[in-house]
Design a protein around this ligand. Structure first.
Ligand code: NA7
Length: 542
């Protein structure tokens, strides 16, 4: 039926975002027979895995710990083919899950939400799309994704570049001819490091524009054979139980022997082993002291620096690739495949922006303060307005038309990352100050979706039509988030974990935003479970 401006579409629940969390959320809601739909801005489902099509995009989490755990059928039927599966396969997986449960029928694509406002009298949200269409719902569940708002630098001349240029998040769907081309990559975060490792031997010339080096260690990916997959399948219960016990939501668990109980030689021997282990083992199966004890962290950093020196032929270049302003694991650790070896190739060059910053983009390349780099393609791997960016781009107005973006301008404030005082009936999955930004994402979102669904069921069963976190409960959670954050050494580092982004006003160095909960997934899960078991203290039902 066509819609006029006076006839909004009505549903009891509207979910915003058809990524990893939105897919599971709509499954849970429709299983309960709730009238719910998903509004998705893109033209298909998949969120992060729909968007990030850049070469080298793949999981840093073991594939079988990233997949959903909620359906035995999915676990039985889906075979992971690589330990760290790549974007095309990950998108196929999400489509497989959505199609298996016929979830597409509940999704509206090209439905980008522009604004939403709370009507206190009606106890409803009105949601306006960019297209002008509108929806009304009793409850809104935001599953916006923590990394869905890409940010570009603001260099003069960016629009005048004659070649192709794009942010990695907007990598085009159609194939790009890169063979023989002169390609520039700006940014050396997790994304830039994946791109460089993948493209080094596929392009004519690759110039990597590095403002600050990042610590990075090997991903150690490998294929998963049929028989290995069968073993994994038989161990799923154990694997997910292990993830639930690990602070990061991974199957790797910290080593509790005690950093200082071992000799320096024993520690090095252990790290030699971890360096060849898959994924985040080197971070999360390491001694916990490296996150809290400066001396422990320094020794670990020196170990990884030596590894970089061993892998990069040119000793001067190797030193430029070693971070000096933060220790190992103090920002989100990128995992790499042949990243450091790429610099041993004749066609790959590091452009150290700390020596000569970018002055402007020209029609034919990048001008630094000392030299012009001729380029055919510029890849912006410049990161995201993380965790709160997806919220800030929607004009969200709560009680008395207060703006969520204004309320969060210094730092987000939430009750367990799920509710915000002053914004009734808005439930966040993977929201700010939950653990989803700080741990293995799907493990945390399954906790989040289940919790939100149970809260909704509880609210409906009690005949209530309005829920809101109290100001006191929100403040208590913010205090807990700050406490957990202040314990971590990385509180001083410049990365998206602490809300730093030089391209976003108010997110610059020196401003700490308490974006995520760093108390660990088990503590978070226990906390939210306790709140539910005690009939939701801190939430006002009406
Ligand atoms: P990140 O980790 O935020 O990295 C962004 C990179 O881009 C980082 O190296 C930045 O340097 C660099 N950057 C940003 N702006 C500029 C400008 N203006 N000039 C030069 N360099 C710049 O984003 P990623 O996409 O790599 O990773 C995000 C997450 O996605 C990742 O953690 C995974 O969870 C998936 P800086 O360090 O700020 O000096």
């Amino acid at each position: 039926m066509s819609q006029t401006a006076r006839e909004p579409h009505r549903h009891e629940v509207i979910v915003i975002g058809a990524g990893v969390s939105g897919i599971y959320q709509i499954k849970r809601l429709t299983d309960l027979g709730i009238d719910a739909i998903v509004l998705e801005g893109d033209d298909d489902l998949g969120g992060t895995w729909y968007r990030n099509r850049y070469p080298g995009a793949r999981f840093d989490s073991e594939s079988y710990t990233y997949g959903y755990s909620f359906s035995q059928e999915v676990l039985d039927e889906w075979d992971w083919k690589e330990r760290f599966s790549a974007q095309p396969e990950n998108l196929r997986y999400l489509n497989f899950v959505a199609d298996k449960f016929n979830l597409r029928q509940h999704m509206r694509f090209r439905a980008r939400v522009n604004a939403m406002s709370w009507d206190e009298d009606a106890r409803e949200w009105t949601i306006e799309l960019v297209s002008g269409e509108s929806y009304v719902a009793r409850f809104v569940i935001t599953s916006l994704g923590p990394l869905s708002m890409p940010t570009l630098p603001n260099y003069d001349g960016m629009a005048e570049f004659n070649g192709k240029s794009f942010h990695t998040y907007h990598w085009p769907k159609e194939p790009i001819a890169l063979e023989g081309r002169r390609v520039g990559v700006i940014g050396t975060g997790a994304t830039g490091i994946q791109v460089v490792g993948e493209l080094a031997d596929k392009v004519g010339e690759l110039k990597v524009f590095q403002r600050r080096p990042n610590w990075s260690s090997p991903l150690n990916n490998s294929p998963i054979s049929k028989s290995e997959m069968a073993t994994i399948r038989s161990r799923y219960d154990e694997i997910f139980a292990q993830c639930a016990e690990s602070p990061g939501g991974f199957e790797h668990v910290p080593d509790w022997r005690g950093f200082w109980n071992l000799s320096a030689d024993e520690r090095r021997e252990f790290w030699d082993h971890l360096y060849t282990e898959p994924g985040f083992a080197i971070l999360v199966a390491n001694f916990a002291e490296i996150f809290f004890d400066e001396a422990a962290n320094q020794e670990m950093s020196e170990y990884v620096a030596d590894r970089i020196r061993q892998r990069v032929d040119d000793p001067v270049l190797a030193e430029k690739l070693i971070p000096r302003d933060h220790g190992f694991g103090m920002q989100r650790l990128p995992l790499e495949t042949n990243y450091f070896e790429a610099y041993n190739r004749d066609n790959v060059h590091l452009v150290d922006l700390s020596e000569a910053p970018i002055e402007r983009i020209t029609p034919s390349g990048i001008q630094t303060t000392v030299v012009h780099h001729d380029l055919d393609v510029i890849i912006y791997a410049t990161g995201f307005d993380a965790i709160t960016g997806g919220y800030d781009r929607i004009d969200i107005r709560g009680v008395d038309a207060q703006s969520l973006a204004d309320r969060w301008s210094d730092s987000p404030r939430t009750f367990m990352g799920v509710l915000a005082h002053g914004f009734p009936n808005m439930l966040m999955v993977a929201g700010p100050q939950s653990v989803s930004g700080s741990t293995n994402f799907p493990r945390a979102i399954e906790t989040g979706v289940d919790w939100v669904t149970n809260l909704l069921a509880h609210t409906r069963a009690g005949g209530c039509t309005r829920i809101e976190a109290t100001a006191e409960a929100e403040q208590r959670w913010v205090d807990e988030v700050v406490r957990a954050h202040e314990r971590m050494m990385f509180r001083r580092s410049k990365g998206w974990f602490t809300g730093y982004n030089s391209n976003v006003a108010g997110h610059h160095e020196g401003t700490i935003r308490y974006q995520a909960y760093f108390g660990g997934a088990p503590r978070y899960a226990a906390h939210v479970a306790e709140v539910a078991a005690n009939h939701y203290p801190g939430i006002a039902f009406a």
